[in-house]
Design a protein around this ligand. Structure first.
Ligand SMILES: Cc1cc2nc3c(=O)[nH]c(=O)nc-3n(C[C@H](O)[C@H](O)[C@H](O)COP(=O)(O)OP(=O)(O)OC[C@H]3O[C@@H](n4cnc5c(N)ncnc54)[C@H](O)[C@@H]3O)c2cc1C
Length: 385
């Protein structure tokens, strides 16, 4: 029972779960093994309205709250974290950036197709030489006869090989540091846009991750999102919102680990009884569930603050930090509960552990979350929200 949910939340959670159990979970291991991203599933999710839950109705969304979007990403991650990650990058980062900061004309042009998953989005911030220190990016955008010409390379971009629409951060005026960064929309097919070598990963192998290279890519000036120099500030806001989503993503992996571990503990017999009857196993189960509940409540708080229009950067970082470390810890405990069977790929649980590691790295590492939280505490004091 999740008492924080309304009837509408429950409806979204349950219909998404029914879809994911039928169309995603049975194929997750195969997609991972073959490293193929099931684009058709994303298209179905778009057609059913799951990718647009929190976007305005005039762009094809449902106009629902942030918690609804959290429930979607959580429900997807519970069945296949790779699909969930690709959806999160598409929805929260690429479409979220356009929805939050683009002009009405740009929104009308791009959002309906993104929300319906007729076009796929990617969000390009990280570079080979700049990750946590995103302001040190080297990709440049030079104004040239009414266009911009973009040069540089972006690294670890989710959907980078397969996207139709890229939101790209680039330095327009280097003398202004972070205040010289602008955001641009670049479309697949633009001359000079290409991908680097294939990136092999620890987990989330069905999610596409790519290097995206910009070699004199020309985009019209009208493709800039917002005013010149606003790109870095937009990025921080996009990441703030994205972290609430990544908390939901982490919760989905943690719940999957919990459910798998409990089912196994009931079945597996040693010393003549189910291992669930051993106190050592019971304590692990109790600890996993307690951490999941705590992470869930932090996530709900961050989502509610966001929807109320209140500051929520610290709470989003707390939710992301705690939920991601919960996903990692819970999936490692779930492997332990499975013993040797947890270590082999025939059982899904080792995949949860490999997938969970990304949650402590992407959209700001755990170290960066702690920096954000501490900075806020030391500046503003500790006033519980
Ligand atoms: C599967 C995957 C998908 C991704 N998808 C995207 C995407 O769609 N778009 C995108 O733009 N990026 C994406 N990323 C990139 C991701 O956001 C970065 O990997 C992340 O921000 C960390 O940057 P980095 O890898 O350069 O690590 P670094 O910043 O080099 O960090 C290395 C280590 O140093 C620590 N560290 C750095 N600075 C500090 C500090 N000041 N104090 C203490 N410790 C510090 C970090 O916490 C980390 O432990 C993705 C990454 C992966 C793996």
């Amino acid at each position: 029972m999740q008492s924080e949910l309304t009837e509408e939340h429950r409806r979204i959670r349950d219909t998404l779960a029914a879809f994911a159990e039928r169309e995603i979970r049975p194929f997750a291991a195969k997609w991972e093994r073959e490293e193929t991203f099931p684009r058709e599933v994303m298209e179905k999710l778009g057609a059913l309205g799951f990718l647009g839950v929190s976007f305005p109705e005039r762009f094809g969304g449902a106009g629902a709250d942030t918690l609804s979007q959290v429930l979607v990403v959580e429900g997807l991650a519970r069945c296949d974290a790779a699909v969930a990650l690709s959806c999160a990058a598409h929805v929260s980062l690429a479409a979220g950036h356009i929805g939050g900061f683009a002009s009405e004309e740009q929104k009308q042009h791009y959002l309906p197709a993104l929300v319906g998953a007729k076009r796929l989005g990617a969000w390009c911030l990280t570079e080979p030489g700049s990750g946590s220190d995103a302001g040190a990016m080297r990709t440049r955008a030079s104004a040239d006869r009414g266009d911009y010409v973009i040069n540089g390379a972006k690294m670890f971009i989710t959907n980078g090989n397969i996207a139709d629409v890229y939101v790209v951060m680039a330095v327009e005026r280097s003398e202004q540091g972070k205040g010289g960064v602008s955001a641009f929309i670049v479309e697949r097919g633009a001359k000079g846009l290409s991908n680097g070598r294939k990136i092999e990963k620890l987990g989330l192998r069905a999610s596409d991750t790519a290097e995206v290279i910009f070699d004199n890519v020309r985009v019209p000036a009208a493709n800039r999102i917002g005013a010149s120099g606003e790109g870095y500030a937009q990025t921080l806001k996009v990441l703030e919102a994205g972290r609430v989503g990544i908390a939901g993503f982490s919760l989905g992996i943690a719940r999957a680990a919990f459910e798998t571990a409990v089912a196994y503990a009931r079945e597996r017999k040693q010393f003549g009884k189910p291992i669930a009857e051993f106190q050592a196993i019971q304590w692990m189960v109790a600890d996993i569930a307690t951490r999941i509940d705590a992470a869930w409540l932090l996530t709900v708080r961050a989502a509610r603050l966001k929807d109320a229009g209140l500051p929520y950067a610290r709470e989003a970082s707390m939710a992301k930090l705690f939920a991601s470390e919960t996903a990692m810890w819970a999936s490692e405990r779930a492997v332990q509960i499975h013993g040797g069977y947890g270590y082999i790929s025939e059982f899904q649980v080792e995949r949860y552990m490999r997938d969970a590691k990304l949650t402590e790295i992407g959209e700001g590492t755990s170290e960066i979350q702690r920096m954000i939280i501490a900075k806020s505490l030391l500046r503003d004091g500790y006033l519980p929200a």
